[in-house]
Design a protein around this ligand. Structure first.
Ligand code: PMP
Length: 380
């Protein structure tokens, strides 16, 4: 017979995680391999079930791109552009790479350039979040800011000027064939593998360059033609929805900004022109529905994903998820939906996503602190 003291001790030890049973506890097996480079850890992101927010009669999954090594879907594009250019000879050993980017492409390129030893210069409008600039600089890149009034077109033209003047390699994410190609070869193949033998009624995405959409849609149209592809764009910048064609230069880059563009809070989505990479998806009818979404809905659903699911994504992820929830509500029972979550929410600490998240204790937290006598903060 155990005494009360011994029982209490056993309970305490078991709570500390010492006396646990290996049959019932969570465990992992390892990946069964070692990686030669951080670059080999790009992709193979998980499709994760939404358990609390989704209506019970549908299966809603998110493809969590924040599992990429530097935290976004653009890690895929970055390694693809550089490795395709190495293979074709367009990029010389040690040559400086330059690109116009609102952040995630620059951060991805900075990681790839660091791993492979290329210098990187990024041009970026000064309206994008401070942590994006700092991250790129932390990874060894140089960041040249451009005036926000000149929009995405201004930062793109600056990158072109710098490339021409200094003989640098321009990454051309908006036109490069390496963009959709990597989504065809990785993102789409992962989706096919993860939903093999299962329903996949809807695939939902937004667009920045359109690489995710064009690459995934090439494969889904061929192999899963029953899957409806749903595209979203900001409600106040409906470039695709406007039906107005994009003026282009001979190389496919934009000749002017698009008339339907307005500044919007969904960073990484919809530049002020229709990219050539996205044009393929428009011309080939790669999406079945186009549904606009507000920036406010993106922020709201990003917060709900964090607080109700423990899934931490940025505003574009929240915006894509807002559309996935609309589809879920009108879908037939048993329908399966996959929603892209392009990046981590940690990239938005200084942006409107975190507005109202306090640094100091809230009234509720102060009351909790006062509810026991010890370790209270001095009154200010
Ligand atoms: N969301 C975020 C946060 C992004 O950075 C990007 C890429 N610019 C996208 C979505 C869209 O991805 P894609 O360029 O493949 O259309």
């Amino acid at each position: 017979m155990c005494g009360t003291a011994e029982l209490a001790l056993r309970a305490a030890v078991s709570q500390m995680g010492v006396a646990v049973s290996s049959d019932t506890s969570r465990s992992t097996e390892g990946l069964g391999r070692r990686f030669e480079s951080v670059l080999d850890t790009i992709g193979n992101t998980p499709s994760i079930r939404i358990n609390n927010l989704a209506p019970p009669y549908v299966q809603l999954y998110v493809k969590a791109e924040f599992f990429n090594p530097i935290g976004s879907v653009k890690d895929r594009l970055a390694v693809s552009i550089i490795e395709e250019a190495e293979r074709s000879g367009a990029l010389r050993p040690g040559q400086t790479i330059v690109e116009a980017t609102s952040g995630n492409t620059g951060i991805g390129l900075a990681m790839v350039c660091a791993a492979k030893g290329y210098p990187l210069v990024v041009t970026m409008a000064d309206s994008f979040s401070i942590e994006r600039r700092k991250l790129m600089r932390f990874l060894g890149a140089r960041v040249v800011l451009t005036p926000r009034a000149e929009k995405a077109f201004g930062m793109y033209r600056k990158a072109v000027e710098l490339a021409e003047k200094h003989g640098w390699f321009l990454a051309h994410q908006f036109e490069s064939e390496a963009n959709a190609l990597i989504h065809e070869n990785t993102t789409a193949r992962e989706i096919l593998a993860d939903f093999e033998g299962a329903r996949l009624d809807y695939f939902v995405t937004g667009y920045g360059t359109g690489g995710t959409l064009s690459g995934v849609a090439r494969v889904l149209r061929r192999t899963r033609p029953q899957t409806k592809i749903v595209l979203s764009e900001p409600a106040n910048a409906q470039l695709v929805g406007s039906g107005q064609a994009q003026q282009r230069a001979a190389d496919g880059s934009p000749a002017t900004g698009h008339p339907a563009f307005e500044p919007h809070p969904i960073q990484g989505w919809t530049p002020d022109f229709i990219p050539l990479v996205l044009q393929e998806a428009i011309d080939q009818h790669y999406f079945d529905e186009l549904i606009p979404v507000s920036g406010a809905a993106g922020i709201d659903w990003s917060r709900q994903l964090a607080q109700r699911e423990g899934i931490f994504t940025g505003v574009s992820g929240g915006a894509t998820f807002a559309i996935a929830m609309q589809l879920a509500e009108r879908a037939e029972p048993g329908a399966t939906i996959l929603c892209m979550l392009p990046d981590t929410g940690e990239r938005y600490l200084s942006s409107p996503l975190f507005e109202g998240i306090e640094e100091t204790m809230t009234e509720e937290e102060l009351a909790l602190s006062r509810s026991t006598p010890g370790f209270q903060m001095p009154a200010t």
